[in-house]
Design a protein around this ligand. Structure first.
Ligand SMILES: [Zn+2]
Length: 295
């Protein structure tokens, strides 16, 4: 076998994020390049900038139902040369939230910047968060992401932002991240998905839109759920990700694709945005019905 590395930017001229490289066999080179170029230049690409003033309230966007997220797993955390990835058992699944199907977990990975600077893929009103977690799920009747991408809603990705805080550390994540610097493949023991995300009652506000994978080949098969509340993480923990390296030895920084045009796509929101956002939990629970009425 003879493989050739092609920098992604050569294939997709609209995409300037450099870290992702494609490995294509010579024989299928041309065919794949054409297909990837077509997908990446299409009209339902991700990530996007979410303009909160323009989101459309959708009452069908009920809370995501998490199954198996509390189960502890033993798995591998891998520096795969592009990002940090954790393979997940498909016992973990999501449903509800107007997804229309059960989706089983496949893997999670992260996108970040440099030394804790801006690094998320999605932006909110033009603002980038320092890091973004993607938990990738596929419709339960498929066996792999490769199969699921042929279905326009075959993949469901949950996106969570991290925000820098200057107070206490997020203990669970410290343990998780430190191990990833020891080698390219480290066992992760007794970790549950719930330890990596926020308490479920803090995940009721989210954005929904139809988009694509943000890595080659940009397949437009993703139902995106982007949670509004960010996970707090200390600045030094966020910076630590810049110590990782790509397979060619250069610093693994800025592992995010730039925002893409919306081309008229709506972004839906699970709650009325108008009054509830910054209200204390108690007050908002009392007034939720009132807020909905005033939209
Ligand atoms: Zn991603």
């Amino acid at each position: 076998f003879h493989y050739q590395y092609i920098t992604y930017t050569l294939v997709c001229n609209k995409s300037t994020w450099f870290p992702f490289r494609l490995v294509l066999s010579i024989s299928s080179n041309l065919q794949q390049s054409v297909r990837i170029a077509a997908d990446c230049g299409n009209t339902k690409q991700s990530p996007i900038n979410i303009v909160t003033k323009k989101v459309v309230f959708d009452s069908r966007l009920t809370p995501v139902q998490f199954t198996g997220y509390q189960e502890t797993i033993n798995t591998l955390i891998t520096n795969n040369g592009h990002t940090v990835q954790v393979n997940l058992p498909d016992r973990a699944a999501i449903s509800g939230a107007n997804l229309g199907a059960n989706y089983k977990a496949q893997q999670l990975h992260l996108h970040w910047g440099k030394n804790g600077g801006p690094g998320s893929e999605h932006t909110i009103d033009g603002e980038k968060y320092p890091m973004e977690l993607h938990i990738v799920h596929i419709k339960e009747n498929y066996n792999s992401v490769e199969q699921a991408i042929n279905d326009p809603s075959g993949v469901a990705v949950l996106g969570l932002f991290y925000e820098a805080i200057f107070r206490t550390k997020n203990g669970n994540f410290v343990t998780t991240c430190k191990t990833s610097f020891l080698g390219t493949n480290v066992t992760l023991s007794a970790v549950s998905l719930d330890m990596l995300i926020l308490p479920h009652n803090e995940l009721e506000r989210y954005f929904r839109y139809q988009g694509s994978l943000t890595t080659p080949g940009c397949s437009e098969a993703v139902v995106w759920t982007i949670f509004e509340k960010a996970i707090p993480l200390s600045k030094e923990q966020l910076s630590a990700f810049s110590n990782l390296t790509f397979s060619d030895g250069t610093a693994m920084v800025n592992t995010h694709r730039p925002v893409q045009l919306r081309y008229g796509r709506e972004v839906y929101y699970s709650r009325s945005y108008v009054f509830c956002v910054s209200t204390a939990l108690f007050v908002s629970s009392v007034f939720t019905s009132l807020c909905v009425l005033t939209v």
